[in-house]
Design a protein around this ligand. Sequence first.
Ligand SMILES: C[S@@+](CC[C@H](N)C(=O)[O-])C[C@H]1O[C@@H](n2cnc3c(N)ncnc32)[C@H](O)[C@@H]1O
Length: 314
Amino acid sequence: MIETSVYAPPRMVGGPEECYFYHTMALPGIGVVEGEWDLRDNVLAYLGNVDVRGKRVLEMGAASGFLTFTMERMGAEVVGYDLSDQQSWDVVPYAGQDIEGYLAARREHIRRLNNGWWLAHRLFESRARVVYGAAYEVPEAIGPVDVCTFGAILQHLRDPFLALQQALRLTRETVIITDPPPPGYFAGRRYTAWYHRLWRRLPWLQPRMSEWLRAESISFRPEPAVGEPKDTWWLLAPEAVMRMIGVLGFDTVSLTFHTQKNRGRDILLYTVVGRRTRGAAIGDAVASRSVVAHPRDEDSRSFGRDVERREREV
Ligand SMILES: C[S@@+](CC[C@H](N)C(=O)[O-])C[C@H]1O[C@@H](n2cnc3c(N)ncnc32)[C@H](O)[C@@H]1O
């Protein structure tokens, strides 16, 4: 019987002209290539300050690979996961629009994005591997991983819970989710920092508090009147994400807020870090394992300060 691998075969990419860079990166022998997001100054916050050294990491939505190669440099064995030009983006199907044309353009965009990953892979002499597919059918053949990251991907998925369920069934220890909060998340929440402190200290009050502050909100982004956005479905409040991963066996160990550079502008994002306390990863005989990767206490504590600073700014 011929065994087929789930991992994509290496792709030879000549140079940056064949690529799309989502991330700004310094590529050996080429220099800095400009992308939409420059995570270089604050990447630890983006990854929830989790120590990935010695960990097997599944990175959902690897794009042009800045996080792949950064985590590898930190000592992780990384398996990237992404769409290729053989799959379709979850495009919002606005009635009357040329969805087929948009999908074709997306496929070409994804091909160039994948090229960016492979060019960086070669120049960094990386050992990371990548699997191509939709987030809804993560192959079991990848095997168990210690850590799973969802960087800015849930907002683009029609079914974010299914994607979490698929990836977390392989995840033994830690999940890291980074996304933008919904609009108005902070507005009118003068007491957000206090609320979160209480939320963490009084877990039995959590369901009631979410209700009081309507913190568990999910904002549906498609606007029928303008037919935009086509590539984004939701903005999820961190509380909604925490409850989703809670269903899947992960307790939240930290919620932090940080800013990252998007085309020179500071954008506020949140990162939820969850640790498995219930259930087991497929292929993992041990039901509950201790977690070595912990966000630093100081970073968890800094949440309140960051929010207070942010509230002073707005
Ligand atoms: C906004 S980028 C985020 C890149 C990177 N994770 C980060 O945090 O900087 C979203 C990534 O998710 C991937 N993606 C979008 N929809 C997907 C789907 N349905 N299945 C798998 N990957 C998807 C995109 O191809 C892209 O690489």
